[in-house]
Design a protein around this ligand. Sequence first.
Ligand SMILES: Nc1ncnc2c1ncn2[C@@H]1O[C@H](COP(=O)(O)OP(=O)(O)OP(=O)(O)O)[C@@H](O)[C@H]1O
Length: 617
Amino acid sequence: MSVDQATLDSLLAGAFGATVVIDLSNDRILGASAEAQALLRQAPLAGHRFSTFVHGHLGQLIVFVDEVLHRGMAWTRRIQVTPRDGEALDCEINGKVAALDRGAALVLQITDLAELDSRAEAARVARLYGGGLHEWQRAQSFFSELEQQNQLILNAAGEGIYGVNADGKTTFVNRAAQEMLGWTADDLLGQDIHSKIHHHHLDGELYPSQECPIYQSFRFEEVNRIEDEVFWRKDGKPIRVEYVSTPIYEGKVLAGAVVIFRDITERWENEQKLREALEEVAALRDKLEQENAYLQEAINIERAHHDIIGQSPSIREILARIEMVSRTNANVLITGESGTGKAMVATAIHADSDRRRRPLIHFKCASVNPDMIESELFGHVRGAFTAALRDKPGKLELAHGGTLFLDEFADIPLEQQGMLLEALQSRRVTRMGDTRPRELDLRVVASTSRNLEREVQAGRVRQDLMFFLNVFPIQCTPLRERIDDIPPLTVHLLKLACKRLGIPVPVITEGIIRTLQRYDWPGNVRELANVIERAAIVSRGDKLRVDIRSVGAPAVRGAATLLTEAEVDQIRTANTIACLRETGGKVSGPGGAAELLGIRPTTLYSRIRKLGLQAEG
Ligand SMILES: Nc1ncnc2c1ncn2[C@@H]1O[C@H](COP(=O)(O)OP(=O)(O)OP(=O)(O)O)[C@@H](O)[C@H]1O
């Protein structure tokens, strides 16, 4: 190796970066570092003319070389270096002179400025990165501490708390929520929580998320407080919850919602039990009311209940018919004048029937104000009309399972007759003001003292109702047509009266019986009972003394004095008018016309109505 080559090698070995050594005498490159060969894309570089890499800036190179020779060293950025088959590069060139045996040589160190910039940037990023990493670690530990504190607070809360982001995905869930829902944080975090816990209503109806108040919280920026809904547990069971969902913000941007909920299942169950208990109490109260009403009815019936007394063919016929019909469910229509025992027959039918353990409801159609008939028959709910202060069952309902006795049914106004028929046929009744129909299972026994055919013709009784009721007719005979029954009836009624009055039973003579049998008895058995009671009082435990004239004009029996029906009606009318004059128009109560005539006030009222007379009270 020549001395020059050794110097050259040591020059290049000590060089940094792309370095070329150029022979100043002929512009040829004597040697180059590997970096220089890479930069100028020419390997080897030795032997090539350096000026071929700086064409375009040859003048600047000559000036620069002069400066290096003059000063021993110099640098420039005004020379672009163009690699072989490449584009010109902005470079910084440092030059110095090296002494070789063959003469002075130029040593150029070439730095690609673009690469220098990218290295500087990398260094800056590296510097930043180094510093940033530190900052990041500090922030992370700060946030994790914060989060730990938050988690501690959230987990200590007794309420279930969870957060959702604006996509409805769970962002956090506290321990209480996990315990109440049975879902773990792993199950829920990042998941669509609505579809996990809020997907259906309790009744099984789908719960679309757009209808969910929690979603609405962050859609419409509103706080929603819901008092009774369900969340679904992981095991598929619902829990009743109340919750508040509040929108949350990151800066000023709506980020989602936080939901705080409480399991109210136990509270709800207790409330439910309370509700049920109250309903039960109400039902019991209703039942008690019904029982009361029934007992009241039963007492009334009991008071009026006597054995049917008589041996006459007509009474035997009645008893036979009662026996025949009582075991069936057929409707019965009892006809006959007032006081002939129609109510007794109805009671006997019920008492002999399979329904005897259930109520016999006696509805006296003639004694109820027509305006009240509807509510009395069908019942009402509170507020159905002004006076309806509480729920009340009607007679039809009260008779459920038993027998309904419609006494003087022809007195029911036409409109209510239609409603009654409808209820009886459909076996359902709806209370006034109510919408709920109630089942009916009852047997109807109806009575009338009117001539039904005439009533139907006159349009006062619906024919269809008459047919419905008149499945099995029983005719009660007036007392005057069965005078054979007067002796046993007198004995029976006297015993009853004396027991009631607390006096000994007077003796009944044959003469008295004959007197009683001669009388016409327009008021029938009720009139007979009145006469006997009065007689018992005046007899004072001795012989029974009857003053038949005290009860009305005696009917002298016999063919010569027979009267026509019209004549009887005339006499009855005149008698009624006279009686009303006597009492000053007073119908019922002590000293009233009904008492004087020995008939029931309701009977007298309907007679007065029929005659078009005025009565008092
Ligand atoms: N055969 C009888 N045996 C015993 N008592 C009788 C008999 N018939 C009627 N009575 C008595 O006469 C009174 C009137 O009877 P009941 O009320 O049954 O007649 P009614 O035809 O329903 O009368 P109204 O049409 O005026 O309501 C009652 O006290 C009843 O006990």
